[in-house]
Design a protein. Sequence first.
Length: 536
Amino acid sequence: MLSLGQLIKDRSRSSEEEPLLTFVSLEADGSYRTSHRNYGSLWRRGQAMARVLAAQGLVAGDRFALMMENHCEFVDLMVASSILGTVFVPIDPRTKGKKLEFMLSSVGCRGVIAGSYCLDSLNEVVGVALWIRLVGPRDDELDLPSHVSWLEDDHEGPELPVAVRDLNAPMQLIFTSGTTGDPKAIVGSYRRYASMSSLVVAFGIKSSDRMYTGLSLTHSNAMAATLGGSLYNAIPAVISQRFSKSRLWSIIRDFRCTTLNLLGGMFTSIYSEPETDQDATNPLRLVLGSGMPKDLWEPFARRFGVEVLEFYGAAEGGITINLPGTGPIGSIGKPPPNLVARILDEADLPLAPMQPGEIVFENSDGSPLLVDYLNNPEASAAKTRGGMLRMGDIGYRDEQGWFYFLHRKGSELRRNGDFISPGFLEKEIAEHPNVDDVFVYGVKSSNGVPGEKDLVAAVVLRDTAAWEPSSLFSFCEARLERNSVPSYLQIVSAIPKTASEKPIERALLESFAPSAPNVFVRGNGVRQPLPKSLPG
């Protein structure tokens, strides 16, 4: 097992000239702009960027942020950081305001390398004490302050040695989503990154495959499963600068990709696209899913001619895998041999099959599972109390030991005594011809029963001019049981999502009100027009 810098250096001696990584961005005219990296170019570019970072005064242990879409410089700078022994901090480029300020200050970033499109957000929270270097579309006419400049290559100078030899040294600080409070920075070691790269082998991905992702490299899924899997196993990967639903299948076809990595609501969003007779005409053989709705599993696989592999896990650790054709549809799988998964009640007692409780993991060899949240020993201890990794998710296992995810702890949807599956609702609503994307969540019930919720379907329309609320309510009533029909339709311009494409329920809740002009109430005969500007 090697650190990232050692790996790239050793493999840079290979004469292989075929690109290992292909970065794809879409031009305004619909054409592609591509950049390529193999081990040799990664080593050369990593060295050039390491000299840039050193010129900024960074030394081993210093921290800097990477706040950008999936540019090739992201990986160059990961290699550079491994050469110098610095620690990089990935930040979703959509982050703004107090959350961005907290992320930069709480971990002590000395500088930020960011997409030029992030400059306004950074200027709101960053003082001159923090340097900023920009990548992406360059505009030399911009009047940049003294602490901001464009990232320039430094191709001159001696080759720098790889500083990292200890695989337990910190490689990155990756933030949790912060859905229940301030995000926490997970200390990620080189050992953990190298070991996570083996996931693609467990998934059955081979060197003859070409992986594709449009997920953000600032999230552990794309960084570990796709990028790490490619770098450590020499499997080619195609990485989009940003996810594009409208160009997804053309990119997959044009670059001959055989695997696709998707998360959560992306399945519903893709499935909501109008069906064509070309849907199954693609080179994909496997879709890696984390959060594939059970009711969408077979229709999605059949429509696009693929097999579905479902897995479950978190940046802190813990994983289950359901390989195609092995486990029941809807199951998140079983843990690998090095882990034991359990379902526990509130008193940490094991529950019988089919009984819901918290999903926890233990090491098979009896050693404690550890998580290190930077400067937060209380949260670290709570996450691994009793030597077990506590996922904060509710699920169950069946009689054969297959595990199932139900919901995040405390976020279940119950209505009139029934537990509602939002994935099923989303799948059905997504089939309406005017729905482009949908997310179902709950608000405090109007019936006043504790623990019960009214259902809200946040919807992105294809054509706002053709919007007719009664059409969508009638569509739902014809397909769904009475308790599953949403009480409210919340029309938004886009569903806010994290770097892992997880809908940000909090943001939708903050803008929700039954009387809001973009909210339509079931059974209300008054037809209100859509506002000219929609939230989202």
